[in-house]
Design a protein around this ligand. Structure first.
Ligand SMILES: *[C@@H]1O[C@H](CO)[C@@H](O)[C@H](O)[C@H]1NC(C)=O
Ligand SMILES: *[C@@H]1O[C@H](CO)[C@@H](O)[C@H](O)[C@H]1NC(C)=O
Ligand SMILES: *[C@@H]1O[C@H](CO)[C@@H](O)[C@H](O)[C@H]1NC(C)=O
Ligand SMILES: *[C@@H]1O[C@H](CO)[C@@H](O)[C@H](O)[C@H]1NC(C)=O
Ligand SMILES: *[C@@H]1O[C@H](CO)[C@@H](O)[C@H](O)[C@H]1NC(C)=O
Ligand SMILES: *[C@@H]1O[C@H](CO)[C@@H](O)[C@H](O)[C@H]1NC(C)=O
Ligand SMILES: *[C@@H]1O[C@H](CO)[C@@H](O)[C@H](O)[C@H]1NC(C)=O
Ligand SMILES: *[C@@H]1O[C@H](CO)[C@@H](O)[C@H](O)[C@H]1NC(C)=O
Length: 731
């Protein structure tokens, strides 16, 4: 063989190498670009819009018409004056960018001294640029050096044992990739939280990590699901996110104004749509409400409030809040539990403490104003799973999440005299109160036994008061609740001590039993809220107050309630036909639902909903209307049930937002599922879905054996009137 053909062959091989890689034999010139094998991302030289002189090496979406750079190599060192640059793979396995004068503008620093000819820089479809040795080992990747963007499956370290944190650093301006003062990443002082900094000052902060693996779950209009995850690998924390199959292009970024965003590409409007943004414009900025003040997202329009036991210091919240009553220290202080809170900043992380030890840690030091506790759980396998946080001095940058979503319990030190006289007395003459309580409970049992279901106003009020201490329900608190309190012992008897054979079903928040109450043997349904669900207390409060106020024949009737230690029980009328879904989606029982019955059910639900939205004294959004929450009585009259997630609107409120999105996928309106904004229209959307289910007999959420069935909405929109007519006749 002559040398020539070999040379030709070699160069052929060079040209055949796909366009997604750079080798020592192939450099990148100003006009070239690498394209990942699936054509998703491209790498090359670019000049930002409105800048005609500076050139950068970057990675962008190859198929998206609007230039969107997810990574920039030489962000602070552009190639000036449009001079042609080149990117080469050096013989010591480094990528080197140089300009026409041969000055090095950017380089990786692998410092591989041995010449490794087979090394290549490969651009993957994930958007990751990787330097790969001939043996397949990755020695460098662009995902480890992010600019302002994180892509799905990219892993951002929040805390590492070697102390190296990689932050997202925002661009200087819309057309200037240079590093700005805004950055986002783990807070190295605590290793537990994500912060956006403006220079060295925090601009926005996330609540301290509490061990939950999934920190956010969102569903978009088009149905894809975004999961934000915190990974704990041997004590090192990482943040990452994944998206469900078939989702559009998605990125997380810190924009040049310091706003953290999740953006999805909408190919219909040809634009990026932000569906999560922090900080939100209202009171979410760092420490906006001052010491001991918090941003109350449970309000319809979030606003600053003072913690209980505090009052505004000065006119607005510029100086935060001050104690109504000074601490006296020693045993005169008590701790009040605040639920659903974003933990304040500037805590002391005390290691290796049980909950009780954590309480003690705070109790014994007078300057400790609050503490919070979480179990970081497994994951790390580290010996110490405890997360005891204590605060010395002021509490800044707090928020109260709506419905307690995403927050945790904060235990706040207060002077005992700040709190209810009742509790004060209880503190001082504890033994007397204790014996009184024993007496009271004996009386209670006696009264219950002897008078059956008679109302006991004092006890009832006491119980109601305990459970109505927050939110909008306060205004209802003053009005007496006309609802019987039923003894726990009676319920135990009625349900044969919660026997399994009395079990009617399991709901999101507990189990439902059938019971026979009182001498008359009245059939009731007993909902026992599970002790473990932290949501239980709020839902319970909600349900008792709400349903007690509501009287409509298409709403399920609450007959009484009961609290006993940490048990919470609701007693409803018993409906023999259980829930609508048991008929609708059951191949044998669905024949009971002829066309007229279906029509009756639809009308009934609509009446019930209209009553909730318009005709009752309050505007109530149910938020979880679905087939399993519609019960049927003996005559197949529908009754809406399960008000655990309902929200009350004031007369002139139109819309609200929530951080914790509750409800059932499929039934949730897009704007609610995506942005948490809800109104009566959200219920109307759910009603629409339910209507389709009743008419079609198909479930919104499950797969069907029909070939062209993607989801119910799409399926129905394809149907013609004649199909519906056929359907109607088939029942
Ligand atoms: C470029 O500048 C013009 C005028 O200043 C502005 O309208 C346009 O939005 C800019 N383009 C980009 C991509 O920022
Ligand atoms: C690689 O070599 C350069 C120049 O000698 C040096 O500045 C850099 O610190 C080295 N990097 C590593 C990771 O050793
Ligand atoms: C960031 O800090 C600078 C000064 O350090 C200030 O001028 C600017 O207003 C801050 N930005 C925001 C959004 O608060
Ligand atoms: C784009 O339009 C199509 C057809 O109208 C629709 O199916 C799809 O969901 C839309 N996509 C987005 C992201 O809105
Ligand atoms: C509070 O009032 C002071 C003076 O009136 C003003 O400078 C400050 O911006 C206000 N702060 C807030 C949070 O409204
Ligand atoms: C309380 O904690 C602070 C800060 O750690 C410390 O300086 C102080 O001595 C402690 N006081 C007591 C009584 O332990
Ligand atoms: C945590 O531990 C439980 C029980 O030991 C196990 O089922 C679960 O998978 C673990 N979770 C993780 C993330 O390791
Ligand atoms: C945690 O504290 C217990 C005693 O309270 C001790 O036995 C254990 O070794 C400690 N664990 C770590 C990881 O420090």
């Amino acid at each position: 063989m002559t040398p020539l053909p070999v040379f030709v062959l070699l160069s052929l091989v060079c040209f055949c190498i796909s366009d997604d890689r750079l080798t020592t034999a192939k450099l990148l010139n100003a006009r070239d670009k690498l394209v990942s094998s699936g054509g998703v991302f491209a790498l090359g030289f670019f000049t930002p819009a409105n800048s005609t002189v500076d050139t950068y090496i970057g990675i962008w979406y190859n198929k998206i018409p609007q230039p969107t750079y997810v990574w920039v190599a030489n962000r602070d060192n552009p190639i000036k004056n449009g001079s042609p640059g080149k990117l080469v793979m050096s013989s010591n396995s480094d990528l080197v960018l140089s300009d026409s004068q041969g000055r090095t503008l950017w380089t990786t620093t692998n410092n591989f001294t041995s010449a490794t000819t087979g090394t290549a820089a490969i651009l993957f479809d994930s958007g990751n640029l990787v330097i790969q040795l001939p043996n397949g080992k990755h020695i460098w990747q662009s995902f480890d050096y992010p600019t302002d963007t994180a892509l799905p499956d990219m892993v951002l370290p929040l805390s590492t044992n070697d102390g190296i944190l990689r932050r997202l650093v925002a661009w200087k301006g819309p057309d200037d990739p240079g590093t700005s003062d805004y950055s986002m990443g783990g807070d190295s002082s605590s290793d537990l939280q994500v912060v956006i900094w403006n220079g060295t000052r925090p601009y926005w902060r996330r609540s301290a990590w509490d061990g939950s693996l999934v920190s956010g779950l969102y569903q978009s209009i088009t149905g894809f699901i975004l999961t934000e995850i915190i990974v704990d690998r041997g004590g090192e924390l990482y943040m990452t996110f994944t998206v469900s199959q078939g989702s559009p292009s998605l990125r997380m970024m810190l924009d040049y104004k310091g706003t953290f965003k999740f953006l999805a590409w909408n190919s219909n409007s040809s634009s990026w749509e932000a569906f999560i943004e922090h900080p939100s414009p209202i009171c979410e900025r760092y420490a906006y409400c001052g010491p001991f003040g918090y941003c109350d997202a449970a309000e319809t329009v979030p606003k600053c409030n003072c913690l209980s036991g505090f009052e505004p210091d000065g006119v607005n919240f510029s100086r935060g809040c001050r104690r109504k009553e000074d601490l006296k220290c020693g045993n005169n202080d008590i701790f009040s539990t605040l639920r659903g809170m974003k933990t304040p900043d500037k805590f002391l992380y005390v290691r290796n403490r049980s909950f009780d030890q954590c309480t003690e840690e705070c109790k014994r030091n007078c300057s400790c104003s609050a503490y919070a506790y979480a179990n970081l759980n497994n994951g790390s396998g580290a010996a110490d799973q405890s997360r005891c946080l204590i605060w010395l001095g002021g509490l800044v940058d707090m928020a109260k999440f709506r419905d307690g979503g995403g927050g945790e319990d904060l235990y706040l030190r207060l002077a005992s005299s700040t709190v209810d006289k009742e509790i004060n007395v209880l503190k001082i003459i504890l033994p007397i109160v204790a014996s009184l309580l024993i007496l009271a409970s004996i009386c209670l049992v006696w009264i219950c036994k002897s008078r059956g279901k008679r109302r006991i106003k004092e006890i009832k009020n006491k119980h109601t008061r305990q459970h109505l201490q927050n939110s909008k329900l306060n205004e209802l608190e003053n009005e007496s609740i006309d609802l019987p309190y039923i003894c726990f012992e009676d319920i135990v008897t009625a349900t044969d001590n919660f026997s399994d054979y009395k079990l009617l079903g399991k709901g999101g928040f507990g189990k439902v039993y059938k019971g026979l109450l009182g001498g008359g043997g009245k059939e009731v349904a007993v909902k026992r809220l599970s002790k473990s669900s932290g949501q239980g207390a709020d839902e319970f409060r909600n349900e008792v107050v709400l349903i007690a106020k509501l009287q409509h024949r298409n709403l399920v009737r609450l007959l009484g309630y009961c609290t006993h230690e940490d048990e919470k029980l609701l007693i409803y009328e018993y409906l023999p036909n259980k829930s609508l879904d048991a008929f609708l989606f059951d191949a044998t029982r669905n024949s009971v639902l002829d066309w007229l019955t279906r029509f009756k059910v639809i009308k009934g639900i609509a009446r019930g909903l209209l009553y909730l939205h318009q005709d009752s004294r309050l505007t109530i959004i149910h938020r979880d209307l679905k087939a399993s929450n519609v019960l049927l009585d003996a005559e197949m009259n529908p009754k809406i049930s399960d008000f655990g997630m309902a929200r009350i609107f004031g007369g002139n409120e139109q819309q609200a937002n929530t951080i914790r999105i509750v409800g059932t996928y499929g039934y949730m309106s897009p704007e609610y599922a995506m942005e948490g904004s809800f109104s009566v229209k959200s219920d109307t959307y759910s009603f629409g879905v339910l209507l389709l289910e009743i008419v079609s007999g198909l479930k919104i959420s499950s797969a069907h054996f029909m070939t062209d069935f993607t989801n119910l909405i799409a399926y129905v929109s394809k149907l013609k009137c004649s199909n519906i007519q056929q359907l109607k006749q088939s029942y």
